[in-house]
Design a protein around this ligand. Structure first.
Ligand SMILES: N[C@@H](CCC(=O)N[C@@H](CS)C(=O)NCC(=O)O)C(=O)O
Length: 219
């Protein structure tokens, strides 16, 4: 049985979880938290910096959410692959996956890490710099999503697996302006997608621990 290390609150775990649900792949979930030190020890050994998700199947270990999703495409499930098989078509899927990871999730993570520091250790520039990046990303993504249903190639795929958690948390921590109607509409479509709605639902008990929860609303 496929095993996946993660945490229900973690956006990069959601990214893989969404692909697992989209492709109806059974797996064993291994929680990485203080109550499961054996799992934290395992990923400290398996991933470069102890980050998750990590997939283990027999003696195969796959780290990095995008690589895990490509592994699932090739080895598990029968639904359409999250990364299109045609290499030229796959370029747009990988491009948009990277954009959500690097220009939405990354600045949001910077704000989260700043918020969980002791107050006297917070970086006074971090939030402003992260928000300036998000302003640019939101504006670019709003233009990109105008006239599109999904982020790449007119079909649900890896970029939407990345966008779901990225936009869910980013909008909650730093709301997308109302003028960006195409991006807000895309976020609403993502949240209504059964695989993503299920990931959010399962994270329910932990969502109260989102460090930016008082800066906006998740809806
Ligand atoms: N580039 C990695 C990012 C993984 C990542 O940032 N994981 C976070 C959870 S969403 C994590 O492990 N945080 C705990 C830590 O850094 O110790 C991927 O795509 O899988």
């Amino acid at each position: 049985m496929l095993r996946v290390y993660g945490h229900p609150l973690a956006s990069f775990y959601w990214k893989v979880l969404i692909a697992l649900y989209e492709r109806a792949v059974p797996f064993e979930f291994l929680m990485v938290d203080g109550e499961h030190p054996e799992n934290a020890q395992a990923i400290a050994r398996l991933s470069p910096t102890g980050q998750f998700p990590v997939l283990v199947e027999a003696d195969r270990v796959v780290v990095e959410s995008a690589a895990i999703i490509e592994y699932l495409d090739l080895n598990h499930g029968t639904a359409a692959p999250m990364v299109p098989a045609d290499r030229n078509t796959a370029i747009e899927a990988r491009q948009m996956d990277g954009i959500f990871d690097d220009y939405v999730s990354a600045p949001l993570t910077r704000m989260v890490l700043n918020a969980i520091r002791p107050p006297d250790k917070r970086d006074p520039h971090a939030d402003g710099e992260a928000q300036a990046l998000l302003d640019k990303s939101y504006a670019w993504l709003d233009r990109w999503m105008t006239g599109r249903t999904w982020a790449a190639n007119d079909e649900f795929g890896i970029a939407d697996c990345s966008a779901g958690p990225a936009l869910y948390y980013a909008h909650w921590g730093y709301p997308i302006p109302e003028k960006h109607a195409a991006l807000r509409g895309y976020r609403a479509r993502l949240l209504a997608r059964p695989s993503i709605a299920r990931a959010i639902d399962e994270a329910g008990p932990w969502l109260q621990y989102f460090p930016l929860k008082d800066r906006g609303t998740p809806d």
